[in-house]
Design a binder for this molecule. Structure first.
Ligand SMILES: [Zn+2]
Length: 407
C-alpha cells in the first residue's frame, strides 16, 4: 500500500472493486421514480430481475465491457465479478454452458482489467420456496453442475495471470446451509476466495433466524465457514458480536456504500468491524457509482454520520489499504496490486493544493475520477492521457444494447 508523489503526478498501486454485477450498470438512473406507496430494496429487485430476464450473451458482453471501461477510467484495475446470470431465461443451460460467464471475462480482458469471476450458486427464493420465475436463470439443476461449470472455466483460463476464480453461494436466503458447506469444501480444496451476500437487509436476518434459530454470521461461524478467504458482502445488519466474529476469523467485509445508499440498505457497524480485525474492501456492486475514491471515502463518511463523530474509523492511509491491498486479497490476487499502477494528475482541480504529508487523505477524501490520467495493469497501459482505446465504440455498443433491451 502506498501513495507516492512523483512530480506533477500522484501514483497508487492497483485498486480493486471486490463486488460487481457488471450488467447492473445498465440500470443507472433508471430506477429512481416512485411507482408505489413504499419503494424498497425488494421493489428495486423486481426491476432488476425484469432487466436480467432480457439479457443475452451479446448484451451481457456489451454492457460489461462498457462498465469495465468506466471502472478503468476511474482508476480501478481489478474486479471481483459476482456472476449469477448463468442460463437461458427459462433456466435451461445454453448449449455452451458457460457462455455468459465467458462474455463477462472477455469484456474485462478486452478492456485490460484483472477479473476474478465469483461463480454464484443460487437455488431457491427463500426457506422452503422454489425459485421465482425471475430467478430461474440464476439456478443450476444441482450443486455438482455448478461446480463442474466452474471446473470448466478454470481449465479454460488456466495460465492467464489476469483471470482468477472464486465460489459464491448467493446468500443464506437463496442457498441452503448444506449447499454452502459443499461449495466451501470445493473452495478450500483449491484455495479459492469464498464470497456471500451477508445480512444486506433486515428481512434476511429475520428469515435466517426463523429457519435456523441463529443470525447469519452466527450460523456461518457455527458451521466453520468463516476464515481469511471468506468475504461477507455488505454485512450491513450485524450485531457487534457478529462483527467481532468476522474480525476474529480475519474475514473480509465488502462494503458497497453507493449501492447500499441507493437501495436503502442501512448503515454497517464500521468501527466495530475495523476494531475487531475484519478487513474492509469496496464493491461497486450495482454501479450506482463507478468511482473507487467515493466508495472509499463513503465508508468513513457514513460512519461519521452514524456515530455523529469525525475521524471515526479509517483515515486516508487506511482507506488506501482498503481500496488496494484488501481488495486484491479478497478476490484471491493478494500482492498483485504492486504490479499495477494508477496515476493521478496532481494539478487536477480535485487534488490541486494537496500537501505531501496528507497525500493519502487528499486522494481518498478529495480525488475525482477525472484526475486519473494513466492506468497500467500488468505490462499494459490501459488508460493513457485520461482515455481508453476504443471508448467511442464501446460506448456506442453499450447504448445499442440498452436500446435493443428496452424495445
Ligand atoms: Zn451484490
Amino acid at each position: 500500500m502506498s501513495v507516492r508523489a512523483n512530480g506533477r503526478h500522484i501514483e497508487l498501486d492497483g485498486i480493486a472493486t471486490a463486488h460487481s454485477h457488471a450488467f447492473q450498470r445498465a440500470l443507472r438512473g433508471r430506477t429512481h421514480r416512485k411507482k408505489r406507496a413504499s419503494e424498497t430494496f425488494w421493489s428495486w429487485r423486481e426491476l432488476m430481475y425484469a432487466f436480467a430476464m432480457r439479457l443475452d450473451p451479446e448484451s451481457m458482453h456489451a454492457i460489461a465491457r462498457f462498465a469495465f471501461a468506466e471502472l478503468a477510467l476511474s482508476g480501478v484495475t481489478a474486479v471481483g465479478e459476482f456472476h449469477y446470470v448463468h442460463h437461458e431465461p427459462s433456466g435451461r443451460p445454453y448449449a455452451d454452458r458457460t457462455i455468459l460467464a465467458e462474455a463477462v471475462i472477455r469484456a474485462a480482458r478486452e478492456v485490460g482489467l484483472r477479473i476474478t469471476l465469483l461463480r454464484v450458486l443460487y437455488e431457491r427464493a427463500g426457506a422452503g420456496r422454489p425459485p421465482e420465475e425471475g430467478q430461474r436463470r440464476f439456478c443450476d439443476a444441482s450443486t455438482d453442475d455448478a461446480l463442474a461449470d466452474l471446473d470448466a472455466l478454470r481449465a479454460k483460463f488456466r495460465g492467464d495471470p489476469h483471470v482468477a476464480f472464486g465460489v459464491a453461494p448467493h446468500s443464506l436466503r437463496a442457498v441452503r446451509i448444506e449447499t454452502v458447506e459443499r461449495a466451501l469444501e470445493y473452495a478450500r480444496e483449491s484455495t479459492l476466495p469464498f464470497h456471500m451476500h451477508v445480512s444486506e437487509q433486515a428481512r434476511e436476518v429475520e428469515e435466517c433466524i426463523a429457519e435456523y434459530g441463529m443470525r447469519p454470521v452466527e450460523l456461518l461461524a457455527e458451521r466453520g465457514v468463516l476464515d481469511d478467504r471468506f468475504c461477507a458482502v455488505h454485512a450491513t445488519h450485524l450485531l457487534a458480536s457478529e462483527a467481532s466474529t468476522l474480525g476474529a476469523a480475519r474475514a473480509f467485509a465488502c462494503v458497497c456504500r453507493s449501492t447500499e445508499r441507493d437501495l436503502g440498505d442501512g448503515l454497517p457497524l464500521t468501527s466495530d468491524l475495523v476494531r475487531s480485525g475484519a478487513r474492509l474492501c469496496i464493491g461497486t456492486d450495482s454501479y450506482a457509482s463507478s468511482d473507487p475514491f467515493e466508495e472509499g471515502r463513503a465508508i468513513e463518511l457514513d460512519e461519521r454520520a452514524r456515530t455523529e463523530t469525525r475521524c471515526a474509523a479509517l483515515d486516508g492511509a487506511a482507506l488506501v489499504e482498503v481500496l488496494s491491498t484488501h481488495g486484491y486479497a479478497a478476490i484471491g490476487m493478494a500482492g498483485r496490486e504492486v504490479e499495477d499502477r494508477v496515476v493521478l494528475d496532481r494539478l487536477d482541480p480535485s487534488l490541486a493544493g494537496a500537501a505531501d504529508e496528507t497525500l493519502a487523505d487528499a486522494v481518498v477524501f478529495g480525488a475525482s475520477p477525472r484526475a486519473v490520467v494513466e492506468v497500467r495493469i500488468g505490462d499494459r497501459w490501459v488508460v493513457e492521457d485520461g482515455t481508453i482505446a476504443g471508448l467511442e465504440q464501446t460506448t456506442r455498443a453499450f447504448e445499442d444494447a440498452l436500446r435493443s433491451l428496452s424495445s
